[in-house]
Design a protein around this ligand. Structure first.
Ligand SMILES: Nc1ncnc2c1ncn2[C@@H]1O[C@H](COP(=O)(O)OP(=O)(O)OP(=O)(O)O)[C@@H](O)[C@H]1O
Ligand SMILES: [Mg+2]
Length: 255
């Protein structure tokens, strides 16, 4: 299996707190790789370091052949790694379509001047972007929301819009931070099918942080488990479900 993303001995502290402590894992191409663990375990912080939002105190992140540890977020996106946020980060007073088009602006290759004068090249590119956005909306079952303002939409739909915005940048690797939060069981099941489709149809590798254990166990090929900043287990879902350290970390919760 080809490793597409390699996380090596990442650590970061905030004040006295070691939020992430020597975390390593390799993600194979086209895998759905889960990162789970109790609240405060350090999952989002790992995502923040992979995606360039935080610089680790030590360790590195290799994406393909490139060391992206010290790259800025927009550079990381250009290399082909995109994320969604635990708390929806959309332009709430813009339409769903415009939120997707904003997500795609980094792929547009025209200058500010030509866009001011709406030169033919620009409108052509813009039409293409719109077509692409419509494709993504259809794929996510959101086509009827294209002109809705985001703040009017239920939270579960907003999470899907954010997924759409991430998809439109055509990532090689997609990091999803709790995509099912705020969704009911039916919505979560549909989300699971869509995440699988994202991998199967587009060949995108997915990293998934999620508390919904049904979703994680159903769709992940491999899972790393964190507790208090450390990795306490890694394996296929079956191994994780029966791992005593994992059960202990989730004491009382059903894994
Ligand atoms: N910017 C920051 N400044 C200070 N502390 C932080 C910062 N970011 C995260 N932390 C702390 O690091 C620890 C890990 O947080 P993180 O958000 O990564 O956990 P998590 O596993 O994503 O939890 P949850 O499942 O609740 O989202 C927590 O104790 C958190 O308070
Ligand atoms: Mg988190």
């Amino acid at each position: 299996m080809n490793t597409v993303l390699s996380v090596n001995e990442l650590s970061i502290s905030f004040g006295g707190l070691k939020a992430v402590d020597n975390i390593s894992f390799n993600v194979s191409e086209k895998d759905i790789f889960g990162v789970i663990g109790p609240n405060g375990a350090g999952k989002t912080t790992v995502f923040n370091m992979i995606s360039g939002f935080y610089k680790p105190d030590s360790g590195n992140v290799i994406f393909g052949e490139v060391d992206i540890t010290k790259k800025k977020t927009h550079q990381v996106i250009k290399y082909g790694l995109t994320r969604t946020f635990q708390n929806v980060e959309l332009f709430k007073h813009m339409t769903v379509m415009d939120n997707l088009l904003v997500g795609n602006h980094i792929n547009a290759s025209y200058g500010i001047l030509s866009s001011m004068f709406m030169l033919p090249k620009v409108s052509k590119i813009e039409n293409k972007q719109k077509e692409k956005a419509i494709e993504v909306l259809k794929f996510l079952g959101l086509e009827n929301y294209a002109s809705s303002l985001v703040f009017n939409l239920p939270y579960g739909i907003q999470k899907l819009v954010e997924l759409g915005r991430a998809l439109i940048s055509e990532p090689k690797v997609l990091l999803l931070d709790e995509p099912a939060a705020g969704m009911n069981d039916t919505e979560t099941k549909m989300l699971g099918d869509r995440i699988k489709n994202i991998r199967d149809k587009f060949g995108i590798t997915v990293l998934l942080v999620e508390h919904d254990m049904n979703l994680v166990m159903n769709i992940c090929d491999r899972i790393a488990v964190m507790n208090f900043g450390k990795k306490i287990a890694e394996g296929i879902p079956k191994e994780i479900q029966s791992n005593p350290m994992v059960i202990e970390a989730y004491l009382g919760e059903e894994v």
